[in-house]
Design a protein around this ligand. Structure first.
Ligand code: 3SL
Length: 239
């Protein structure tokens, strides 16, 4: 029997080269959008509406929604929620709907708008997500958000971690060099993600904004027990 595939796509602009072949796409933006999404669901948010543009986000704000808007790592003027996972570690939004727009993460989610099933991945839900994917027996694409359509290390390492776990289950195969490369990166980084990422552009960007605490949290595996998935254009928790 032919094993299903697991492959890695490093950036959203490469996604059209892959999309035909896959049943499940996992969008990954470790710093910080998909980590925020996992954290918000873990703390009781009911639904997240990911939007690509600030215009769309503003429309929701005017309708009275809770809207988080981030650009260049900062809260956008006029919005009161941003992209720090620590803002969602409380009961303030329990049972509520959150609208979210970020520089890259929500754009990656949007890039995969036509896929059959979209899931959200991060280090924070690594094991629960891998266990679910292994049960599915479907072709899986791990889609990194990158930074403005360019390669980024942290998403590639997280994709490598998922790919590694699935390949080690002996139930999947991967053939693309992107997947081989992501696994190599993961294997080199896994003993110290924070240290490995020292030279990465996004770690530097967030450090300059005094957000090292966010980085450390986002790089610590298995702190949430959620599997966000898309249904009717919004994200809900599968668990
Ligand atoms: O690019 C994104 O979607 C954001 O997560 C970037 S940041 O971590 O808020 O800077």
């Amino acid at each position: 029997m032919v094993k299903p595939k697991v492959e890695v796509c490093f950036t959203p602009n490469l996604y059209p080269l892959y999309n035909d072949d896959f049943d499940v796409v996992v969008a990954i933006d470790v710093l910080r959008a998909t980590s925020v999404i996992c954290t918000a669901f873990h703390h009781g948010v009911d639904k997240i509406i990911p939007v690509s543009s600030l215009e769309e986000a503003t429309t929701y704000l005017k309708k009275g929604y809770q809207v988080a808007a981030e650009r260049k790592g900062k809260i956008v003027d006029g919005f009161n929620l941003g992209n720090s996972p620590f803002s969602y570690m409380n009961n303030n939004l329990k049972g509520q709907t959150l609208v979210l727009t970020t520089t890259n993460g929500t754009k990656a989610i949007h890039a995969a708008k036509d896929c059959k099933q979209l899931l959200i991945g991060s280090f924070l839900n690594l094991q629960i997500l891998c266990d679910y994917l292994i049960e599915q027996n479907k072709n899986i694409l791990l889609l990194g958000s990158g930074w403005q359509n360019k390669f980024c290390l942290e998403d590639s390492i997280c994709a490598g971690a998922i790919c590694d776990e699935l390949i080690n289950s002996n139930k999947f195969q991967s053939v693309n060099d992107s997947s081989v490369g992501a696994r190599y990166l993961y294997q080199s980084a896994k003993s110290n993600y924070f240290g490995f990422l020292k030279a990465s552009s996004h770690r530097k960007r967030l450090k300059n904004l005094n957000l090292n605490k966010d980085i450390k949290y986002c790089l610590t595996p298995n702190q949430t027990d959620v599997i966000p998935y898309r249904v009717n254009g919004s994200l809900k928790n599968l668990i």
